[in-house]
Ligand binder design. Structure first.
Ligand code: 5GP
Length: 176
């Protein structure tokens, strides 16, 4: 693929594939006798989730939620809303949330609270990337792909104004 001029590769596709394998092994080990409900946060997690679930060869359920906080901007507004809630019953399930990036932590802690109220048997978080330097709310990440620097990253599902999601590598957006 021809890279777009304003992006620089931060994490190559082969490094991502290795991390997905590692995360899948960790998840398989921990959910051996369980049938987890994986909940992906749209839209950013869909590429990661598609790769991850194909490495999990045991029975599982899948659902998605859609939240809003950023709109078209790069900064979180701090106010999160559920645009599309979870459709699958959560009560008593072993829920694993799949997120693309944890930045301030505001979005994911809102989602974890929203899901906790539905009384799952267990609730864990798997995040592809983490930007700990920006954290405002503490978030326990149970399974983590990569820690990233304080840059705006795109690709492998992550966007900027709906662009760049299709880049196969995780890239830094240098100028926009
Ligand atoms: P938080 O609430 O943790 O600040 O933000 C989480 C959400 O913000 C992520 O799910 C993602 O949609 C967006 N976000 C935060 N940082 C980045 C980034 O570096 N790149 C992209 N594409 N989205 C980001």
């Amino acid at each position: 693929m021809v890279l777009q001029p304003q992006v620089k590769i931060l994490i190559r596709r082969d490094q991502i594939a290795k991390a997905v394998d590692r995360l899948a092994s960790e998840i398989k080990r921990d959910y051996q006798d369980k049938q987890p409900l994986l909940i992906g946060v749209l839209k950013g997690s869909f590429v990661f989730m598609a790769d991850l679930i194909r490495q999990l060869d045991s029975p599982l359920e899948l659902d998605f939620v859609r939240l809003s906080s950023y709109g078209a901007a790069r900064e979180s507004s701090g106010k999160v809303r559920v645009i599309q809630g979870v459709k699958t019953p959560v009560k008593g399930k072993d829920v694993l949330v799949i997120e693309d990036i944890v930045d301030t932590g505001i979005t994911i802690s809102f989602l974890l609270d929203y899901l906790k109220k539905k009384r799952p048997a267990s609730l864990k978080l798997c995040a592809l990337t983490d930007k700990p330097s920006r954290r405002k709310v503490p978030v326990p990440i149970d399974y983590l792909g990569f820690t990233v620097p304080n840059e705006f990253v795109v690709g492998y599902g992550l966007d900027c104004d709906q662009r760049f999601r299709n880049l196969p590598d995780i890239c830094i957006l240098e100028e926009y």
